[in-house]
Design a protein around this ligand. Structure first.
Ligand code: NAP
Length: 288
């Protein structure tokens, strides 16, 4: 199938490589062209604008950083909406706001396009290995049309409701991610202060009741001193702010998430470009 993909960062690169492996023709665009070199070396084709990507694709995906980046690549003069042919399916996989997803679905429908919001979970590892969880909002028949493509990049693919619901599901998920990453940090800080062997502690947690995906995937990185971004701290901060804004609109109180936002805001002042596991650096025992 002729696919378009905008955003060749950490997640986009892994996903595009799997789309290529599945035999799709993929046209790509990214703000910094050199970041597309890897997928181009695997067979992707470069286009100079999001509109040019959309002109050549039956399904166009975007996986950029922030909601304002999504708005930019979809709505600018040489953006996705400007280039897509009537009937094209447009899918935003960025973690963005439910409101923007609803707005893009409405504008897209007015212009004759079919739109899905499809944020993912599973991190850099899930993107590379094609084992992502994909949470999809939008019309059921459009979901069914894209499902075979999702199956080449993900393992758990769930239609969760109308436009915007994919993003709401992603928020409910990342509330848990933030909590478990902070829990990992506090468990490490406590274990270190108590003089416990940290490798042993990690193995005890992961096989016991404290186990979680974050413990499994982020603790080894901390123990190796690897703070490179699989999932940027600044992106988790963005997600927590989206979740808190949505919670406010729904008139619900999320005190744990509010605390997580404060901690990731503090971390992001100096370490936003590192991975979420850098949260341990807020404690003196891991700060150097
Ligand atoms: P990333 O490495 O920063 O990738 C984003 C890519 O989008 C970058 O290459 C960036 O270009 C490009 N981009 C941003 N704005 C653009 C624009 N206006 N026009 C064209 N290209 C643009 O981030 P990532 O880790 O892949 O994450 C992408 C999204 O997935 C985020 O919303 C994140 O929250 C979400 N997410 C991440 C993970 C994870 O574990 N990494 C997991 C689930 C969801 P430049 O190279 O020029 O910056």
């Amino acid at each position: 199938m002729a696919l378009g993909f905008i955003g060749t960062g950490v997640m986009g690169t892994g996903i595009i490589n799997n789309l290529l492996k599945a035999g799709h023709h993929v046209t790509v665009y990214n703000r910094t062209q050199s970041k597309a070199d890897e997928v181009i070396s695997h067979g992707a084709v470069w286009a100079d604008t999001p509109a040019e990507v959309a002109q050549q694709a039956d399904i166009v995906f975007s996986m950029v950083g922030y909601p304002q980046d999504v708005e930019d690549v979809w709505t600018r003069d040489d953006g996705i909406f400007a280039g897509a042919k009537p009937g094209t399916i447009l899918v935003d996989m960025t973690t963005s706001t439910p409101h923007l997803a609803e707005q893009l679905a409405q504008t897209g429908a007015d212009l004759g396009f079919k739109v899905l919001d499809a944020p993912v979970s599973g991190g850099d590892i899930g993107a590379k290995s094609g084992t992502l969880t994909i949470m999809v909002g939008g019309e059921a028949d459009v979901f069914e049309a894209v499902k075979p493509v999702f199956e080449s990049i993900g393992q758990q693919i769930v239609h969760v409701g109308a436009a915007g619901k994919g993003q709401h599901m992603k928020m409910s998920n990342n509330i848990g991610v933030a909590a478990t990453v902070i829990t990992m940090a506090e468990s490490l800080v406590y274990a270190k202060a108590a003089g416990l062997d940290l490798e042993t502690a990690y193995n005890v947690w992961r096989q016991g009741a404290a186990g979680s995906w974050s413990i499994d995937n982020y603790t080894p990185r901390v123990l190796k001193g690897d703070f490179a971004a699989g999932f940027y701290a600044k992106h988790l901060l963005k997600d927590l702010r989206i979740a808190l804004d949505a919670a406010k609109e729904m008139d619900i109180d999320l005190p744990n998430t509010a605390l997580a936002e404060k901690l990731f805001a503090k971390l992001s002042v100096d370490h936003g470009d590192e991975g979420v596991q850098a949260i341990v650096k807020l404690w003196a025992a891991f700060s150097s």
